[in-house]
Design a protein around this ligand. Structure first.
Ligand code: 5GP
Ligand code: ZN
Length: 113
């Protein structure tokens, strides 16, 4: 995926403020934070969004959620945080490389839409 911005971040071709990285995934601070703590975590392999998760590529998803638990503890988010993945137009997905928003560091509104 030559023109995918998150593939470029995963390959280190675009700088990002990383909080975690391993062979399968990378987590970094969002450029335009929507909460006091706003981290994105992505698989290194290109998956467009939740609709593209399948038996063949889903192992990285459970790994990502293990890493989310680690990041939440490392960043002191045990009081509460939210994990969000926007999928396609109606949800406002703007980058078509699967990512999970980790939002916390403050009391979050319960608004869903
Ligand atoms: P979406 O709207 O697709 O759910 O979320 C995409 C997120 O990626 C947005 O919150 C946006 O601020 C963030 N983002 C877009 N481009 C970059 C970038 O180059 N670097 C970082 N760190 N975040 C980005
Ligand atoms: Zn990509």
């Amino acid at each position: 995926m030559d023109d995918c911005i998150f593939c470029k971040i995963a390959r280190g071709e675009i700088p990002s403020n990383k909080v975690y990285e391993d062979d399968q995934c990378v987590a970094f601070y969002d450029l335009n934070p929507m909460a006091k703590v706003h981290v994105l975590i992505i698989p290194k392999a290109h998956i467009a969004n939740v609709l593209d998760i399948s038996t063949e590529n889903s192992a990285v998803i459970s790994h990502i959620f293990e890493v989310i638990a680690k990041i939440a503890k490392d960043l002191g988010l045990e009081d509460g945080f939210r994990v969000v993945s926007n999928c396609n137009e109606y949800a406002g997905q703007s980058v078509f490389h699967l990512h999970f928003h980790i939002l916390g560091g403050q009391k979050l509104s319960l608004t869903m839409c």
